[in-house]
Design a binder for this molecule. Structure first.
Ligand SMILES: Nc1ncnc2c1ncn2[C@@H]1O[C@H](COP(=O)(O)OP(=O)(O)O)[C@@H](O)[C@H]1O
Ligand SMILES: [Mg+2]
Length: 372
């Protein structure tokens, strides 16, 4: 696959890994780029440091410096100080002492504006756990025959002639989300992302494996889940709030905030069945984020709203991420939203775990799926 490679294997068993002091910085911050040579003497190699904006050379936003590691570059480290926000590709070409090209190591970083949103840093391995998915599999039984009528179906059922096909929607999925992370799930349609989120939210029981969750969850999983279409919007706010564990006086106190955020003042006594799906999504999002949940789960919710409301939701999610208290699990078909918000990403493809790691590496690999 044609995706970025942070590690390069050298002849004679050595390797080089591209270390970055961070993968998310602000304009003017210093980023330390360090090639770590293992199993070989670093003095025997030449490094050509390269960066470019958005992976392109065309716009002239790039730099390239040939340095001998440990000789002209102090501490074997190169400092990168970006002047403009954007997504940068950092690469180091490796040559041996005879100038023969050995390959390169690359990583992506996101540079935010002076006061822009910073994705949370990738947490250390010993940070507290928010969600642990341990070898989770999900098998759905789907009827393998087609019936022309319910009557035919019940006759077959009574005769015990119904046959089912097993469909494995998730196959041995394991990952850990640390407290305060913004964790993304990507994968093509039908790959099991929503199924995974429903298992984490406790809506579905996995067929095998288990999930541990530490903290309260505000799930935004399926449009209208937790809503009663016959009730008014106001009644639904109380109903949905109760499902999220809010007390009545808490909802009383925050009712106007919810209505204001959803921008639905004047529509509160209308039954929900008269609402558009975008309006329902607004209410759901407003209720789930009126307070800081420990874990916010967002499954494609933002895609139903209009553009301005999507931006507002994105700002609110970023606020929650920046508070450091909230863990966010985000599924979106909008890969750039995942890149803007998440520090790590898990790629599930047709129920299988394809890749897990830092956002830019995984998203780059996922994008390149198209070209395979
Ligand atoms: N309740 C169910 N019964 C049978 N099959 C299901 C059920 N829910 C989901 N699936 C199937 O499981 C697969 C994964 O679905 P889903 O988790 O919704 O994927 P994604 O969210 O990645 O698009 C799909 O093929 C879907 O048809
Ligand atoms: Mg889905």
């Amino acid at each position: 696959m044609a995706y970025v490679q942070d590690t390069l294997k050298l002849d004679n068993g050595g390797s080089v890994f591209l270390g970055l002091s961070s993968t998310s910085i602000r304009v003017g911050d210093k980023l330390k780029v360090t090639p770590h040579f293992r199993g070989v003497a670093k003095e025997d190699f030449l490094c050509n440091y390269v960066w470019n904006l958005d992976g392109s050379w065309e716009k002239g936003d790039f730099d390239s410096t040939i340095e001998r590691v440990g000789h002209t570059v102090p501490e074997y480290t190169w400092e990168f100080v970006p002047e403009r926000p954007g997504r940068y590709r950092i690469a180091v070409d490796i040559e041996d002492s005879h100038g023969r090209f050995k390959g390169n190591v690359e990583r992506w970083i996101i540079v935010a504006g002076k006061y822009g949103f910073l994705r949370p840093p990738v947490p250390p391995a010993d940070a507290p756990t928010a969600v642990l998915a341990d070898d989770v599999s999900m098998i759905f039984n789907i009827a393998s025959e087609q019936f022309n009528s319910l009557k035919e179906y019940f006759i077959a059922a009574a005769k015990h002639e119904l046959t089912f096909k097993e469909f494995r929607a998730l196959d041995h999925i394991s990952f850990e989300v640390k407290r305060g992370e913004a964790f993304g799930l990507v994968g093509t349609n039908g790959s099991g992302k929503s199924t995974m989120l429903k298992i984490i939210a406790g809506v579905l029981e996995p067929s095998a494996g288990k999930v541990n969750v530490h903290g309260t969850i505000a799930p935004l999983i399926e449009l209208g889940a937790g809503f009663d279409m016959e009730l008014t919007a106001k009644e639904n706010i109380y109903l949905n709030g109760a499902l999220l564990g809010y007390r009545k006086d808490f909802i009383d106190e925050h009712f106007q905030d919810i209505v204001d955020f959803a921008e639905l003042d004047g529509f509160m006594d209308m039954p929900l069945k008269n609402y558009s799906s975008g309006m329902v999504a607004r209410i759901a999002f407003a209720i789930a984020t009126v307070t800081e949940p420990d874990i916010l789960i967002v499954d494609e919710t933002l895609s139903v709203g209009d553009f301005l409301f999507q931006q507002k939701c994105e700002r609110r999610i970023k606020e929650l991420v920046e508070s450091d208290n909230v863990t966010v699990l985000l599924v979106s078909h909008d890969i750039s939203l995942v890149e803007r918000i998440c520090d790590r990403v898990c790629w599930i493809e047709k129920g299988h775990m394809r890749m897990i790691g830092e956002t830019d590496e995984v998203c780059e690999a996922y994008r390149s799926l198209d070209q395979d």
